[in-house]
Design a protein around this ligand. Structure first.
Ligand SMILES: *Cc1c(COP(=O)(O)O)cnc(C)c1O
Length: 479
């Protein structure tokens, strides 16, 4: 054996040298913590924006240069957006609880692929415990599901399950015979539209439902939309509710939609990627009333549940249905393709090899208990209401509407100039200044500045600074 190890090329031996790893890892943790402290204390920018070509050139120039890993680590920190910064109030990505990152480290060292039980024993069982807990928490009695790589993939998987459930046609086996369709809010996340197109439904197979002034599906129009689709030769297989919509954070009336779906024998799917965890909050669970009536629900842990990207749960009211989506023979993986084995994860997931996600969630629960998720929801939703009040009190700004959750849209209006243009320019100026990170959205052809409060270290004072900063930018650049 000793001789054999000598024949391994030197570099490969080094790649597995535990002492080298220990030294580098300790150094890196120090670099990382220094960076985190700076971010938390707002003594470092959110990011230094540079144009894509310049960024590309930087990495191209460095690609084969000899550098210390700790230096490279610092470079990446310095050149990345900092979601741990309390001034990060942009896209819907959580500021991960720090302990969960250690789950990521474990995941990457163990690299348990988890398509089959043997390749992820602890991870697979933990995943079941977590999904069973979340199922109960949203009100399912016999629910269950699995973790998968993001809300986009989870929504596609749920719609594939819906199609599979549709009894008079087996698209999985025979391909399309009829024109199938789904019904979904015209405010839904684009990935639902994309999923339907991937499934071959085409543009006409995506029936976009009108919304009211709060951007919620007008449930009084469901009947008419369904009749119209059927009259045009479509067989509608699923109704999709948003909890909440991405642009405005509006929660559809899930209860009304569920009862319509039931009466018309449609699969009811809830895209709760962002707002699904509202169910965990006593104060805010009314927003997702009826979520327990959905056949399937998507919840992103990496949005409102303090977990790093990507970690998503796809839950089914009747867990048995989660096994029907992909029935496939893979003799090298499973002996029996038709048995409903929870422990053979790949039977239910789109992925074959899958990231080991459960430890990232489990570490949070071990460290702080499941109550931490409720606290996070309450804290972030309450903070967003403070931001909204601040905007409302400032005549230079216009609030789109009082937020139901932690998504707030507003625009600068103290000008005679074109409001769309000026708000777009404000967003650009904000990005370049690098002191805050917010995004923008277009609602009814109007451009809004959009904040999603994602970091519990953000405070009411942050919002005062933000509005002041915007006014200064308008003045400084004569926007
Ligand atoms: C974020 C989001 C998605 C997409 O989820 P990813 O995890 O980014 O793939 C889908 N639907 C809604 C409502 C979302 O907010």
């Amino acid at each position: 054996m000793a001789n054999k190890s000598k024949s391994i090329p030197n570099k490969l031996q080094q790649a597995f040298n535990v002492e080298d790893f220990r030294t580098t890892a300790h150094e890196i943790i120090d670099v990382l913590c220094k960076h985190l402290k700076k971010a938390q204390n707002n003594t470092v920018k959110i990011f230094d924006y540079v144009e894509p070509e310049e960024e590309h050139q930087f990495w191209l120039n460095n690609f084969e240069k000899k550098e210390k890993i700790t230096d490279v680590f610092q470079q990446i920190l310095d050149r990345s957006i900092n979601v741990q910064h309390p001034h990060y109030i942009g896209h819907q990505v959580s500021a991960p609880a720090l302990v969960s990152a250690l789950g990521g480290l474990m995941s990457n060292i163990l690299s348990n692929g988890s398509a089959v039980y043997e390749m992820g024993k602890a991870n697979t069982a933990l995943e079941k415990v977590i999904c069973d807990w979340l199922s109960k928490a949203i009100g399912y009695k016999n629910g269950g599901g699995f973790l998968t790589s993001g809300g986009t993939l989870a929504n596609l998987t749920a719609l594939l399950a819906a199609r599979r459930h549709y009894k008079t046609e087996d698209v999985w086996k025979d391909g399309h015979r009829k024109s199938l369709a789904i019904m979904v809010s015209n405010q839904a996340h684009y990935c639902v539209d994309r999923a339907a197109r991937i499934m071959g439904l085409g543009e006409k197979g995506i029936i976009k439902l009108d919304v009211d002034e709060q951007f919620k599906v007008k449930t009084s129009l469901l009947e008419k939309a369904l009749k119209q689709a059927e009259a045009s030769g479509f067989t509608v297989i699923a109704l999709v509710g948003s909890a909440c919509t991405t642009a405005t954070g509006s929660f559809d009336d899930l209860e009304a939609m569920a009862s319509f779906a039931k009466a018309n024998n449609l699969w009811f799917h809830v895209d709760g990627a962002h707002g699904g965890p509202s169910a965990l909050s006593k104060k805010y669970k009314h927003l997702v009333k009826g979520i327990d009536l959905a056949d399937s629900v998507v919840i992103d842990f990496h949005k409102m549940m303090l977990t790093p990207s990507l970690t998503t749960a796809l839950l089914f009211k009747n867990e048995a249905q989660s096994f029907n989506t992909f029935q496939q023979k893979a003799a090298y993986l499973w002996n029996d393709a038709t048995a409903n084995e929870w422990h053979q994860a790949g039977k239910r997931t789109f992925e074959c090899t899958k990231l080991m996600m459960a430890p990232k969630i489990y570490f949070i629960i071990k460290a702080f208990g499941v109550e931490v998720f409720e606290q996070n929801i309450d804290d972030l939703y309450n903070l967003a209401k403070e931001l909204a009040r601040e905007i409302k009190a400032n005549p230079k700004f216009e609030l789109l509407m009082m937020p139901e959750c932690n998504i707030v849209n507003f625009r600068y209006v103290a000008t005679e100039k074109d409001l769309n243009k000026i708000n777009q320019n404000i967003r650009q100026a904000l990005v370049k200044a690098g002191e805050f990170y917010i995004v923008q959205s277009t609602v009814d052809q109007k451009i809004y500045l959009r904040c999603t409060v994602m970091n519990p270290l953000t405070t009411a004072a942050t919002f005062t600074h933000l509005l002041k900063h915007i006014e200064e930018l308008v003045f400084k650049y004569e926007l």
